[in-house]
Design a protein around this ligand. Structure first.
Ligand SMILES: Cc1ncc(C[n+]2csc(CCOP(=O)(O)OP(=O)(O)O)c2C)c(N)n1
Ligand SMILES: CC(=O)[C@@H](O)[C@H](O)COP(=O)(O)O
Ligand SMILES: [Mg+2]
Length: 624
């Protein structure tokens, strides 16, 4: 497909060289480019299709990088990347060495912040706007926040502090969707703003009336900026945004690029922080995505002509096995409740919702609330399971410590996407949870295959009590791990080779690499045994006893090294008087960029080849 207008945009600012009446065609080309490119590489599709016109209009009116543009979550920045000279990078979107799926100032000085977690961008935008004031720098700060991200508490903390920043424009991109349908009172309120004639028609009439007052110079316009608020309050309801100090504009059609550009131009002179409420359609321009935006929120490489219906042919993954098992347990245990923070499908809790709607809670993108809400449920004798991606649990660490752990409440933390994740990259790696749960004494379990997940989930729901965590990887179980029997032991010896003086130890998905390393070493006539932990914390007492007889222990884990389970085992072994060699392979990089999991393992020395090479080198050095 040809993209004649898009091809004319090679660098930031080029979009301003196009004629206004070219813009609808440019938007169409961008949409077609995104559909073709993202279905081939994978990435966030439907959110990006929704903000094409809005992003084009912003780029026509802002002067980047002097003006600052921020995206919350960050996953909807693809048009921005296209308009800032990164079209060629899309061939390797979210792939090793390729461009990120999120904004990143290392890629372009037009990207203001690294962002992948939601609801935070308003706060950073306020900080930047305030810094501009202090430094007396010109330029506006514009932040696009989705209605889903608007369910996260930080947005309100930010709004509470907008003060009189007249260089700040907050754009609410309201598409009625989070990943799935947006939830909660805020979503209801936005619907009211979009549809209730009390706000919509009265507002339109009032604006027309005020705008048609004969112009008596700039002063009157300025006075009216304040006066309009008073009139609004007196005659019809004002919006909550006005109450918080914003000048509210909207709701406006987010797909009318020419009108959006004119409107943004009119905001050049502003007297208060602006709140621009833009209504868009998630998935706009791709029929399948318009009909099912959630399904196309984040796609892998797909053929649009041969789509399989996930409802009809669901693919098993740790998340779906978790969700369906939990739904089964819910039949036996009436106190069981399931909580998600806007990731009903991602965590597999859709199964629980279907079976037990009255005990299922999607609280929106609000991890802190999800954990404290679970604490409240548990304090009243219920058995909450809060399923959150490892990376998003970081948001709720204080709530885990303060609201759950101090009272030792019966909350089960289901830690999805634990370990290395592909595509999303540094913002989404699940490499901290083993350290942060174990550090505060919360037991952590790590099943390596579906059978173990089912077994340990049942145990943790039906028998274990207190705060406890179960972690599992993104995606499917690996063939090498599927074959392992579920013994119900806290650890297992999974490979036993004649005469082995060396033990390889791991847990979860990373276990497949020690099994492969064991084979590689055997090919070099070096016998090793393999151990797999399921209970990571507290370490099973007998594991030290079992490992004491080896001359060398290699521990491999896809978690950050400091505070890791491997470090804890090393300490325990040495405390127990063991004098052998300990090799710890863990994640050393807090900025693990996007790449597939095998590549990430290779880069971190966690693949079988690196593990085997380390053992061989040490054996040679020590002449074991
Ligand atoms: C703190 C946090 N929780 C959860 C997520 C996962 N997540 C990514 S996008 C998204 C939905 C965002 O909805 P919205 O802000 O309305 O943007 P849209 O995709 O509709 O454009 C969610 C829940 C996240 N990135 N950050
Ligand atoms: C931006 C974001 O946080 C989510 O969209 C995330 O990318 C989804 O990841 P999964 O594809 O692993 O569910
Ligand atoms: Mg949305």
């Amino acid at each position: 497909m040809a993209y004649p207008l898009l091809e004319r945009i090679q660098a930031p600012g080029d979009v301003k060289l196009l004629a206004e009446n070219d813009l609808p065609q440019l938007c169409e080309e961008i949409r077609q480019f995104l559909i073709q490119s993202v279905t081939s590489t994978g990435g966030h599709l439907s959110s990006n299709l929704g903000v094409v016109e809005l992003t084009v209009a912003l780029h026509r009116t802002l002067d980047l990088p002097q003006d600052k543009l921020l995206f919350d979550v960050g996953h909807q920045c693809y048009t921005h990347k296209l308009l800032t000279g990164r079209r060629n990078g899309f061939a390797a979107l979210r792939q090793k060495e390729g461009i990120s799926g999120f904004p990143n100032p290392k890629e372009s000085d037009c990207d203001t912040f690294v962002a992948g977690h939601g609801s935070a961008a308003l706060s950073t935008a306020i900080g930047i706007a305030r810094a501009k004031k202090i430094k007396q720098e010109p330029g506006k700060v514009v932040v696009i926040v989705g209605d889903g991200a608007f369910t996260g508490g930080m947005v309100y903390e930010g709004m509470n502090n907008v003060s009189k920043l007249n260089n700040l424009i907050v754009i609410l991109n309201d598409n009625k969707m989070s990943i799935s349908k947006n939830v909660g009172q805020m979503a209801n309120y936005l619907t009211k703003l979009r549809t209730d004639p009390k706000y919509f028609h009265a507002k339109a009439q009032m604006e027309t009336m005020l705008d048609s007052i004969p112009v008596i110079g700039d002063t009157l316009v300025r006075a009216l900026q304040g006066g309009k608020q008073l009139v609004r309050r007196g005659i019809y309801h004002s919006t909550m945004f006005e109450e918080m100090g914003f000048q509210y504009i909207g709701p406006v059609d987010g797909h009318d690029v020419i009108m959006l550009e004119q409107m943004l131009n009119n905001l050049r002179e502003q007297f208060a922080p602006i709140f621009l409420h833009v209504v868009t359609q998630k998935g706009k321009g791709l029929k399948q995505a318009e009909e099912n935006p959630g399904e196309f929120h984040a796609v892998s490489s797909i053929d649009l002509n041969h789509l399989t219906d996930p409802e009809l042919s669901p693919k098993d993954s740790f998340s779906t096995i978790f969700g369906s098992t939990l739904a089964e347990l819910g039949k036996e245990e009436p106190r069981l409740c399931a909580i998600t923070a806007a990731m009903k499908y991602g965590t597999g809790l859709n199964f629980f919702k279907h079976a037990h709607p009255e005990r299922f809670f999607d609280v929106g993108m609000a991890e802190e609330h999800a954990v404290s809400f679970s604490a409240g449920l548990a304090s009243q004798g219920l058995l909450p399971v809060v399923a959150i991606y490892s990376t998003f649990f970081q948001r709720a660490y204080d709530q885990i410590i303060h609201d759950v752990n101090l009272m030792k409440l019966n909350v089960l933390f289901a830690v999805d996407r634990a370990g290395l994740v592909p595509g999303d990259g540094e913002t989404h790696q699940g490499i901290y949870d083993t350290a942060f749960f174990s550090q505060i004494g919360i037991p952590v379990y790590a099943p390596a295959n579906y059978e173990e997940l089912k077994y340990w989930l049942r145990y943790l729901v039906m028998e274990a009590r207190g705060p406890r965590a179960i972690r599992y990887a993104r995606g499917e179980q690996k063939p090498a791990l599927e074959a392992l029997p579920c013994t119900g032991n806290a650890y297992d010896k999974i490979e036993s080779r004649e005469g082995a003086r060396i033990a390889l130890v791991s847990y979860g998905a990373q276990t497949e690499e020690i099994i492969a390393a064991c084979d590689l070493l055997q090919q070099k006539q070096l016998a090793t045994d393999c151990f797999k932990l399921v209970r990571l914390y507290p370490l099973p007492e007998e594991i030290c006893e079992a490992l004491r007889s080896y001359d060398m222990v290699l521990f491999a884990e896809d978690s950050i090294r400091t505070g890791s389970i491997g470090e804890q085992l090393c300490f325990a072994l040495h405390q127990a008087g063991w004098k052998g060699d300990y090799l710890l392979h863990a994640v050393d990089n807090t900025h693990l960029l996007h790449a597939n999991v095998p590549q990430l393992r290779r880069d971190q020395g966690l693949d079988a080849a690196a593990l085997a090479a380390d053992v061989l080198a040490r054996v040679k050095e020590k002449q074991i």
